[in-house]
Design a protein around this ligand. Structure first.
Ligand SMILES: Cc1ncc(COP(=O)(O)O)c(C=O)c1O
Length: 512
């Protein structure tokens, strides 16, 4: 800037904006600025007080309060704010207009989908992460964050029994981890030319993927996104325990080879979403090895439970997976979003995703890992910090005790259900996922409807939250136990509520 221009260029100075309560505007300051740090601390304390009160009385907090979709949308609709308001108002509005109408996943009576937990050290780590706002794309852009990522990835590998020297990276969720793993499997099958020439208009065989009919929908989404096409995702039938049939898998692969197709990857699941089944990994790995097919294992839910002493030795051995996904945000008391993608083939993820623009070049040595090279994501938050804090604060033993507690609660619930006339658990799982069904009638449709009504009424009551699935036996209620605050009394209360609703809805239950 020339001397003259610099003289001409005068900061405007920020006066009090009309009717603004935004305290960052300090009259005459040279920047619009942020809150002064002391105000940040003051509001931080207010927020922590709100959260402390929330968790101290969490059992009086409804898991959710039903509200019509239109009414809820209308209550939050607001013109773009022209001027700032006091933070107290923002916080009050959050308490009044938002909090009641969430579904409180971090609640001891939340048992829907896969019940997860944001533990207190994890919550505080998220605050620190946001405050530092580090971008962990390169070692150079985030040295200690990259070094720490490597450390926690090694710990996770050790906890789930995967080779610690395998490549690994933190990503936001299992769905994208599977997408990335299958992109790498595809490139490994086709070779590096696919990066340059793409797939279209080339004389390539039809590429095929295989998974069980119980696999998570993220596998379908990956097949769609990566250009395999849904018709080329072969859904291998599962057995009566919802486990993939290895002999059916091999038959499908051999049929495809005979037809001139190219089998690329098998996705096996450890802890299926619907009922918590686990595919027989060793037999599947044998099939993959015999036929030169990549094995990706989705252990998003099931991977960590081997830490629970009573499940040690029962969880499938994951070591033979070419790539593996596990979800610390599902089972390890880490706030969302935190997933680990492992790949035993050194450099394979980078072969697919490494592309370094000039402005991202940096010096390399034997210690540097640039995590931007292992997935398509460039800007990455400092996810490693929350893993570091939670794993260090609880330790492996503390994590194992907590996981074991959930397993024990699930065993107790399963026993109670099995002992109750008219109720049954149509499918078993080693994991703390209990599928139950009320059957006061021989009529399957009547029972399906009744169980759906029970779920709806329970969830509307705010007392607890469960979800459902449909299996060979029909509609079943899924109770996932995994929240860090859940106690035996919470599960007993849930079981009582389910029976009371059932008895009211279908008086036969009263006679039983
Ligand atoms: C077995 C399994 N795989 C993948 C996913 C997708 O996980 P995410 O929500 O982290 O993408 C889920 C979600 O519940 C799951 O149960």
């Amino acid at each position: 800037m020339s001397e003259r221009a610099s003289e001409d260029w005068k900061p405007r100075g920020h006066g009090e904006p009309s009717n603004s309560a935004d305290p960052s505007f300090r009259k005459g300051s040279e920047s619009p600025g942020d809150w002064p740090p002391e105000l940040f601390e003051e509001h931080g304390r207010e927020l922590l007080a709100v959260l402390r009160a929330h968790f101290e009385s969490i059992r009086e907090v409804p898991v959710t309060v039903p509200r019509g979709t239109g009414e809820l949308s209308a209550s939050l609709r607001q013109d773009l704010p022209e001027h700032g308001v006091e933070f107290e108002r923002v916080l009050d509005d959050t308490r009044e207009l938002v909090l009641p109408y969430l579904v409180h996943w971090n609640h001891p009576s939340f048992h829907g989908y896969f019940s997860n937990s944001a533990s207190f050290p994890g919550i505080l780590a998220e605050t620190m992460t946001a405050a530092l706002n580090v971008n962990a794309m390169l070692w150079k852009s985030a040295p200690a964050a990259s070094a720490l990522e490597r450390v926690v990835l090694g710990w996770v590998a050790e906890m789930v029994g995967y080779p610690a020297e395998a490549d690994a990276v933190l990503v936001n969720g299992a769905s994208l981890a599977t997408l990335y793993a299958l992109a790498t499997a595809r490139d490994a099958a086709l070779g590096p030319s696919v990066r340059v020439e793409g797939l279209a208009g080339r004389d390539l065989p039809v590429l095929r993927l295989y998974t069980s009919d119980q696999a998570h929908s993220s596998v379908d989404k990956a097949a769609i996104t990566l250009g395999f096409g849904q018709v080329n995702l072969v859904k291998v039938p599962s057995d009566e325990r919802y486990r993939m049939r290895p002999e059916a898998l091999e038959a499908a692969i051999l049929d495809d080879l005979a037809a001139g197709y190219k089998p690329v990857a098998v996705v096996a699941t450890v802890g299926t979403t619907s009922v918590g089944a686990a595919d027989p990994l060793q037999e599947i790995a044998d099939v993959c090895e015999r036929n030169g097919v990549w094995l990706h294992v989705d252990a998003a839910f099931g991977g960590f439970w081997r830490l629970a002493p009573s499940l040690a030795g029962q969880v499938e051995d994951l070591t033979r997976a070419d790539s593996l996904v596990v979800n610390p945000h599902k089972c390890l008391y880490i706030p969302m979003e935190a997933t680990v993608l492992h790949c035993r083939h050194e450099g394979a993820l980078a072969d697919t995703f490494r592309l370094v623009a000039e402005y991202l070049t940096s010096a390399q040595d034997e210690h540097t890992v640039d995590y931007m090279n292992l997935t398509p994501q460039l800007g990455r938050s400092f996810r490693a910090l929350k893993l570091w804090w939670v794993i260090r604060t609880f330790g492996r033993t503390g994590l194992a005790e907590r996981l074991e507690h959930s397993v024990e609660l699930a065993v107790g619930l399963r026993e109670a259900v099995t002992a109750e006339p008219l109720w049954r658990c149509p499918v078993d799982s080693i994991y703390p996922l209990v599928c139950l069904r009320y059957e006061p009638s021989q009529d399957r449709e009547v029972c399906d409807r009744l169980n759906a009504e029970i779920v709806e009424e329970l969830n509307a009551s705010g007392e607890a939250f469960v979800s459902h699935t449909v299996i060979d036996d029909g509609y079943v209620i899924r109770v996932s136990i995994g929240n860090i605050h859940t106690t035996r009394a919470d599960v007993e209360r849930l079981w009582r509520a389910l029976r009371e609703i059932a008895a009211r809805r279908f008086p036969l239950a009263r006679a039983a």
